[in-house]
Design a protein around this ligand. Structure first.
Ligand SMILES: NC(=O)c1ccc[n+]([C@@H]2O[C@H](COP(=O)([O-])OP(=O)(O)OC[C@H]3O[C@@H](n4cnc5c(N)ncnc54)[C@H](O)[C@@H]3O)[C@@H](O)[C@H]2O)c1
Length: 440
């Protein structure tokens, strides 16, 4: 964090020449390429700007991965010198080396069961943190990260880019304005191709399931848009095995998750979330996403793939180019004014996080930093402190699938009941298993 003056009372006193943030990336895979890369490339050309901060330059200076192959390939072909000037650390101590470099902000985009250690190390080193969803896989880890972030006085945030999808923003607006009244139930479906489980994620897919990785998008959408006039009540799940790995193993092809909330007047709302990573590779949309919510007075339906363009190109669709691309999420454009750009809500949400860090560090006098920090922590769309219900559901889901793989299907996890915060009940067993003692 470099700056000349710490006293920014008015625009006229802002020294705009030196405000800068340096970033480190832990994990450099598919999501880096889709969202972080275009953000860092764009901000290397045009610093972030707001009236409060003035221009803030942001540079990716360090990367930590297992092998470094993709980072080096990218460095060879990155579009401009600033985006090539990062150090690549690999192997067991990669994160330690990254944290020893002068980074202000760390982004964690490793596989979902490897977020916690890197996130903990980053916060312990006093770095602002952005974690890909799902933030962590259990509430004990969430509590730990929140405690460290609190002590270190830094931001700890999670990426939920679907909250920035214009369709979902309009859903939230209709709910907030009272046009859609009282959600009762709904379904969400997100299906990914076999190429994801068999190719892209083959290195880490063993023992994993597609729900932890993608159902969280919808868990957060539901919790954020329709809460907080209710409490999470119970979670059940089932799934199928036999395509990605053996039918008796711990790796899941597809998962059906049901989450039930209870309103304060005792009415209930139930949501079914279906996920898979074994859809055929030549499925027209590549990724298939559909959502429906039913209210007291309305039905709201969204199909992410059928809301716009349909494209067919000989020998190129549906694998290299998509038949039904989602340009709202991410698109490469020739702008009407002649520039090339890559943008969409997947990238906006990363930019927004860096704006929040910039606001904390450069958005006013240093003696008011704590107020700015609290204001940014109060943003429940991405703050880790607002991720409790999602993490609780993921912890419950993982426990239910683990029991099912061990030969005990049909478990149910109850939230904030008489035995504890998160308690697993096996069919026919009188002894509940406490997954988390404290209230969720
Ligand atoms: N926001 C979204 O919609 C979205 C989409 C895809 C993925 N994701 C999330 O991003 C994360 C990564 O997914 P991906 O698709 O980029 O995966 P990927 O398999 O393409 O890339 C994973 C990266 O992590 C690195 N890595 C693995 N273990 C590591 C370790 N112990 N230390 C350091 N680096 C390590 C690998 O070298 C690789 O660079 C996951 O949490 C996933 O849920 C989010």
């Amino acid at each position: 964090m470099a700056r000349k003056h710490l006293m920014f009372d008015t625009m006229s006193t802002i020294d705009t020449s030196r405000s800068s943030l340096t970033a480190g990336m832990v994990g450099f895979g598919m999501i880096f390429d889709e969202t972080y890369r275009p953000f860092f490339e764009s901000v290397s050309r045009t610093p972030l700007f707001s009236v409060e901060t003035g221009p803030v330059s942001i540079k990716l200076i360090s990367v930590a991965t297992r092998t470094g192959d993709r980072a080096l390939r990218y460095r060879d072909q990155a579009p401009s010198t600033p985006t090539r000037l990062f150090q690549s650390f690999t192997g067991t101590h990669a994160v330690r080396h990254l944290l020893a470099s002068p980074v202000d902000v760390v982004c964690v985009a490793t596989p979902d069961d490897r977020h916690y250690e890197a996130a903990r190390a980053a916060l312990s080193a006093g770095k602002h943190l952005l974690i890909e969803k799902p933030s962590v896989l259990n509430l004990a880890h969430l509590d730990d990260l929140l405690q460290i972030a609190h002590t270190a006085g830094v931001l700890a945030k999670v990426v939920y880019h679907k909250l920035a999808d214009p369709d979902h923003k309009s859903l939230r607006t209709l709910v907030a304005d009272g046009t859609l009244k009282h959600v009762n139930n709904g379904y969400c479906s997100l299906l990914e191709p076999k190429a994801i489980s068999r190719g892209q994620f083959a290195e880490w897919v063993t023992g994993r399931n597609p729900a932890t990785y993608v159902a969280v998008h919808y868990l957060k959408l539901i919790d954020f848009v329709f809460g907080p006039s209710w409490s999470l009540d119970r979670i059940t799940a089932t799934g199928q095995r036999g395509l990605v790995a053996t039918s008796g193993g711990t790796t899941w092809d597809s998962v059906q998750l049901q989450v039930v909330y209870r309103y304060h007047d005792a009415r209930e709302a139930a949501f079914d979330i279906h996920t898979s990573w074994v859809t055929p590779d030549n499925f027209p949309g590549y990724v298939e996403q559909e959502v429906q919510f039913r209210f007291d007075n309305a039905v709201w339906n969204a199909h992410q793939r059928k809301r716009g363009v349909e494209l067919t190109v000989e020998n190129r669709t549906p694998c290299e180019l998509k038949n039904t691309p989602n340009y709202h999420y991410n698109g490469v454009f020739l702008e009407p004014w002649g520039e090339r750009s890559q943008r969409g809500y997947g990238i906006e949400v990363i930019e927004r996080f860096f704006r929040e860090v910039a606001f904390v560090e450069f958005g006013g006098p240093s003696e008011h930093r704590t107020e700015r920090l609290h204001a940014m922590r109060a943003l429940t769309y991405n703050d880790l402190s607002a991720d409790r219900n999602c993490v609780a559901i993921i912890q419950a889901l993982e426990a239910i699938l683990e029991r099912a793989a061990a030969g005990v299907p049909g478990c149910l996890v109850r939230v904030n009941g008489p035995f504890g915060g998160l308690v697993l009940h096996e069919p026919g067993s009188p002894s509940p298993v406490v997954l988390y003692h404290e209230p969720v």
